[in-house]
Design a protein around this ligand. Structure first.
Ligand code: F6R
Length: 242
């Protein structure tokens, strides 16, 4: 595990984008696992900046997003499909046929999970999986539980996660109750995992996840078992690592 702490947000974003673009520069057909939420926005901005300088092309890359809300169509500004277009895909040359996100409006969400897993399987392995961290230790939408599911599945969102994400919705009631998420097994199968954590409110949970007991009650703690885990922290989130 390689834990790097950055004094400023700009330096963290530059480092995160540098790791991703560096991979795509050396392996143009890389398979990237991508995340949403507020954490990666600065990294995506930096990736766009590098792309505009003609330093990298995503034409041959494939992307798989971690998750999507059940019930939200891609046209809904709160959907993760919309987020990805707004924050990254509309600004780089990624091929739409190779940017994959679970469908939130599939008539049969369980079948959609199977389709997504089969597609992931057909690519073998994700080269680099970008992750944020939930306040309760979730990764993707794998919530703390007595056991965790390996593959892509439908999950009922915890009240804590719905509250945390309410800031993106008009009213808290509009936060969907369910999501489709890649499972922890799929996440851990990635060759390299890039965990990014920002903010004082996540200092305790990131410390617990990376140094505490490995338990499904803190899904991110399973990342300790991964042989190639890179963690980028801002000064606030990295408070306990100094
Ligand atoms: C998003 C995702 C979530 C977020 C986590 C942190 O695709 O899978 O696990 O990474 O909820 O969210 P932010 O970055 O908004 O604090």
């Amino acid at each position: 595990m390689n834990i790097l702490t950055f004094p400023t947000d700009a330096e963290l974003n530059e480092a995160g984008a540098g790791i991703i673009t560096g991979l795509v520069q050396t392996k143009p057909n890389a398979v990237l696992g991508l995340a949403t939420g507020s954490t990666p926005i600065g990294i995506y901005k930096e990736m766009i900046r590098t792309f505009r300088k003609n330093m990298v092309s995503y034409k041959q890359a494939t992307t798989f997003n971690l998750d999507e809300y059940v019930g939200l169509p891609a046209s809904d500004p709160q959907s993760y499909a919309y987020y990805m277009k707004e924050h990254l895909f509309d600004h780089i040359d990624a091929s739409p046929e190779r940017t994959h996100i679970p469908s939130g409006t599939a008539a049969d969400p369980e079948a959609e999970c199977k389709r997504y897993d089969a597609l992931l399987e057909s690519y073998g392995q994700i080269d680099l999986q970008l992750l944020g961290l939930g306040h309760n230790g979730h990764i993707g939408f794998n919530e703390p539980d007595h056991s965790l599911i390996r593959g892509t599945h439908v999950v009922k969102l915890s009240d804590q996660t719905r509250d945390a994400n309410a800031r993106f919705f008009e009213t808290p009631e509009r936060v969907p109750t369910h999501a489709i998420t890649m499972g922890v097994g799929t996440i851990l199968k990635a060759k390299t995992i890039l965990l990014v954590v920002k903010g004082a409110d996540k200092a305790d949970i990131v410390h617990r996840a990376l140094t505490g007991e490995i338990t499904t009650e803190c899904p991110a703690s399973l990342l300790q078992t991964h042989p190639h885990l890179v963690v980028l922290l801002d000064a606030e989130a990295g408070r306990h690592f100094r």
